[in-house]
Design a protein around this ligand. Structure first.
Ligand SMILES: C[S@@+](CC[C@H](N)C(=O)[O-])C[C@H]1O[C@@H](n2cnc3c(N)ncnc32)[C@H](O)[C@@H]1O
Length: 490
């Protein structure tokens, strides 16, 4: 890949990935008779709605799990879900499955994870994995997946053959749809991942150039940013972290789709490194005939679901917008809200002390705060607003930080300060809304037009952020109204 691509914008990075992808599309994705006996092609293609599987007619995953010593409840089937791709559902002809029943059990040898090196090829793989930053753990596991995908007689082939050929994560979006996200924190993450993949491709190719062919971790296969992106997305969208926090790919279990209100959960038995380790999916509720088996992937904002899994939840009660705690921005927001002479950019010493306790001031301060999610207003932001709008340090002594950070504790410093703090939050919401270039109506019109999948995901993502901000504004406005009318003027 060209050196200039290392500093690529999301658009150019995507273009480069896409170019690689298109070039590789001509090679076979399946066990081809022309490939060497040790290796299988690592090529990938771009995202599509109903992702085909790596093998056009993959082996039966349920049967493979059973054959290898796993348990699958007789009622379970892998079936197409109209919106979520493949899923696991209960087709019990003889009734419901009661809570507590084991649905799937995998013996310790079925999960796919990074392993202790067993030879020179594994040593190289571990060295490559060590070059990946911890936050991109999915790439580390992805390298292991690529190794097994490249191996023609892999034990995990029946599992790998059933993996999607493409993913709808934003690293594979056309440049226009990356721009369509309109949300800087996510754009930053996408850009970072694209740049990493392009750099890592070069590092891997340099390293593999010097490795004898018998020690090649990918059996002589070329690895590029496109195949690396496929592997990273497969791992980020399907791996589970169990007790040991070691991420693993769990065959069949990873066919279960997500719900915040799931009917099943994962249970790990035995320690991660012990031979008797097993992973089970257990029914949490009564599972009725034809119900999908769902797991909760985590209570996260849509940024996480889109970046790692390639989908957006509508509505998502955990969605939020991030902003940076910044005195000048808060002064501007406060003034726009009609608060007289706010003092955010020049706090008094006693206010600075409290900001330090909130980790919003001084060395190592974490300035990222949020609006939305279950807390509605980030507790640290709320406490800072309350404290900086107060002019009497004495009034604060009665309250601990927990009280100051809670929106449920009504007006701890009095209704006038509370009204000013909440109005500042309203102004911050208005500023956050203005960062999106399009209006809610525009987004809704685009979605009604049935756009391509990647455009739909990007527009749905930003639309949900806007709905969430409007919800926060309504909630905060209600709270302002509930404050005593005569004292609520700043
Ligand atoms: C662990 S896999 C589940 C199996 C997957 N549906 C498949 O076809 O292989 C996770 C992927 O399923 C899809 N998915 C799972 N839950 C979803 C949901 N609630 N809404 C939309 N897509 C979902 C997303 O594509 C996600 O990346």
């Amino acid at each position: 890949m060209a050196a200039a691509a290392a500093g690529a914008t999301p658009a150019t990075a995507r273009k480069t990935l896409f170019t690689t992808t298109v070039t590789l599309l001509s090679s076979s994705l399946t066990r081809s008779s022309s490939s060497s006996s040790r290796s299988r092609s690592l090529s990938c293609s771009a995202a599509s709605a109903a992702a085909p599987r790596l093998a056009p007619q993959p082996p039966d995953l349920v049967r493979w799990v059973q054959r290898e010593g796993g348990f699958v409840h007789p009622a379970l089937r892998v079936a197409n879900h109209p919106e979520h791709g493949l899923g696991v559902s209960a087709a019990a002809p003889d009734g419901d499955i009661p809570p507590g029943d084991v649905l799937i059990a995998l013996p310790g040898r079925l999960p796919l994870r990074l392993r202790r090196p067993t030879g020179a090829a594994d040593d190289v793989l571990v060295q490559l994995a060590q070059q990946v930053p911890e936050e991109l753990w999915a790439m580390k596991l992805g390298l292991r997946l690529l190794q097994e995908r490249a191996k023609s007689d892999s034990f995990w082939w029946p599992y790998i053959a059933n993996l999607p050929e493409t993913f709808t994560v934003p690293i594979f979006f056309p440049g226009e749809d990356i721009k369509n996200l309109q949300y800087a924190p996510l754009l930053h993450q996408v850009n970072k991942r694209c740049r990493f993949l392009l750099e890592f491709e070069k590092e891997i190719q340099q390293k593999l150039h010097t490795v004898p062919s018998v020690d090649h971790p990918f059996y002589g296969q070329d690895v590029n940013s496109s195949s690396l992106g496929w592997a990273m997305s497969a791992a980020s969208s399907r791996a589970f972290r169990l007790h040991g926090e070691i991420p693993m790919l769990l065959p069949l279990i990873d066919m279960c789709n997500h719900s915040f209100n799931p009917n099943a959960r994962i249970v790990q038995e035995g320690s991660v490194n012990s031979l008797d380790m097993s992973v089970k999916v257990v029914a949490e509720k009564k599972i009725e005939q034809n119900a999908s088996i769902t797991l909760n992937y985590g209570c996260h904002p849509n940024d996480f679901f889109l970046l790692d899994y390639g989908f957006v939840i509508t509505p998502n009660p955990y969605d939020q917008v991030e902003l940076s705690y910044d005195g000048t921005l808060l002064d501007a927001a406060s003034m726009a809200a009609g608060v007289s002479s706010p003092n955010f950019s020049a706090p008094a010493k006693w206010q600075q002390d409290i900001l330090s306790q909130l980790n919003l001031h001084g060395e190592g301060a974490i300035l990222k705060v949020s609006l939305g999610g279950p807390d509605i207003v980030d507790g640290r932001l709320l406490a800072a607003l309350r404290v900086l709008l107060a002019d009497d340090p004495e009034a604060l002594h009665k309250h601990d930080l927990k009280t100051l950070m809670s929106l449920d504790v009504q007006a701890p410093l009095g209704p006038a300060i509370e009204a000013s703090a909440l109005r500042t939050v309203l102004a911050l919401c208005a500023i956050a809304l203005q960062h999106f270039h399009t209006k809610i109506m525009d987004d809704e019109a685009i979605l009604r037009g049935g756009p391509p999948l990647t455009t739909e995901l990007a527009v749905q993502f930003r639309l949900q952020k806007k709905f969430m901000i409007v919800d926060v504004m309504q909630n905060v406005s209600r709270r302002i109204k509930m404050l005593s009318p005569q004292k609520s003027t700043a």
